[in-house]
Design a protein around this ligand. Structure first.
Ligand code: SF4
Length: 326
């Protein structure tokens, strides 16, 4: 445990190369940047260890397509980093030999990005035909290997929001106990470049996100979360909002090829998102990060609704302010 009881999480970006081509990808304008070399990655793993990282997340682009991926994970585990995780589109795991090699590297957990309940929605968003069926095969291979620590995340856009309840059923069927429904970030990349095509109104997306969380709760999945949302649309499920939880638990650093950010959570709240004059007097003001800056530029702030009273949610959840969380 580190500063103020928070765990230090270091996210190493290997580069931006990817075997998918997601329409909303925040890195879509960075594909041409050079990948980090193996030597650079091994050096960074050592630096992360020396800095006291409790959690190392290795991401891309798509980190698992690199031939040195398992070697880097193995190095981190050998150094004694407690938790090594990777966010992945899951396609590589469709190859049993590749899945075996990665599991044998000692990786602790995998976060599968699933953007639709089936190939039609998922593949349309990844713009990679066959990506959903490979992801499903990857899940089956990992199950066959006895690898259980698989989490999920879904980027919520116009094209998949109404499918979230069916996607929630997919996660339940696959026993994915940690899932994040992430409201798309339009500040950079694909969603910025195609804002009107991809970014839903929060007032339209939130009911589907809440419904997905409810489906999880009914199936005993109490660790599912919504991320990057204005709290006024989630007053009944405030204990399931990632930002409220993470700022009390983690100090997060991002080490990318083109930037280093030693306080990713703080800078997102300070620069990436914004509350407006409409938020004045809101009971959730201090706990809330508002909404994406780029969202406000395009859609304005009419959907933000200052909260005057708090109520209990479907799971019997009650809000605690950022000051009283332990
Ligand atoms: S009104 Fe503003 S401060 Fe209050 S929950 Fe909504 S976005 Fe957050």
């Amino acid at each position: 445990m580190k500063k103020n009881g928070k765990k230090l999480k270091i996210v190493i970006f290997t580069g931006y190369a990817c075997n998918n081509n997601c329409a909303f990808c925040i890195d879509s304008d960075k594909r041409g940047l050079p990948e980090k070399s193996t030597a650079e990655l091994l050096r960074e793993v050592l630096q992360a260890k020396n800095k006291g990282a409790d959690i190392l997340e290795i991401i891309g682009g798509e980190a698992t397509i690199r031939p040195d991926f398992s070697r880097v994970v193995k190095a981190a585990k050998k150094l004694g980093i407690a938790e090594v995780a990777c966010a992945t589109n899951g396609r590589v795991f469709a190859d049993m030999a590749a899945a075996k090699k990665i599991v044998a590297s000692g990786i602790d957990s995998l976060i599968f990005s699933v953007h639709g309940p089936g190939a039609r929605v998922h593949d349309a968003l990844t713009r990679a035909s066959g990506s959903f069926s490979q992801l499903k095969k990857g899940l089956a291979n990992l199950k066959a290997l006895g690898f259980k620590r698989i989490n999920g995340n879904t980027t919520v856009v116009k094209q998949n929001m109404s499918a979230l309840p069916r996607l929630a059923a997919f996660y339940v069927r696959n026993k994915i106990r940690n899932v994040e429904y992430i409201f798309v970030d339009p500040n950079y990349g694909g969603a910025k470049n195609n804002f009107q095509v991809l970014v839903p109104r929060i007032s339209k997306a939130a009911p589907f996100m809440r419904r997905a969380l409810e489906i999880g709760l009914r199936s005993g999945m109490d660790q599912w979360k919504a991320r990057y949302v204005p709290l006024c649309h989630f007053t009944g499920c405030l204990e399931q909002i990632s930002e409220i939880n993470e700022k009390t638990l983690f100090l997060t650093e991002h080490w990318a090829p083109d930037f280093v950010n030693t306080d990713a959570i703080g800078s997102r709240a300070a620069l990436g998102r914004r509350k407006t004059a409409r938020c004045r007097g809101c009971l959730l003001y201090s706990a809330c990060e508002g909404i994406w800056v780029e969202y406000l530029k395009n859609y304005g702030d009419r959907e933000l609704k200052p909260v005057k009273k708090l109520k209990r949610g479907p799971g019997g959840l009650r809000h605690r302010s950022s000051d009283d969380q332990t």
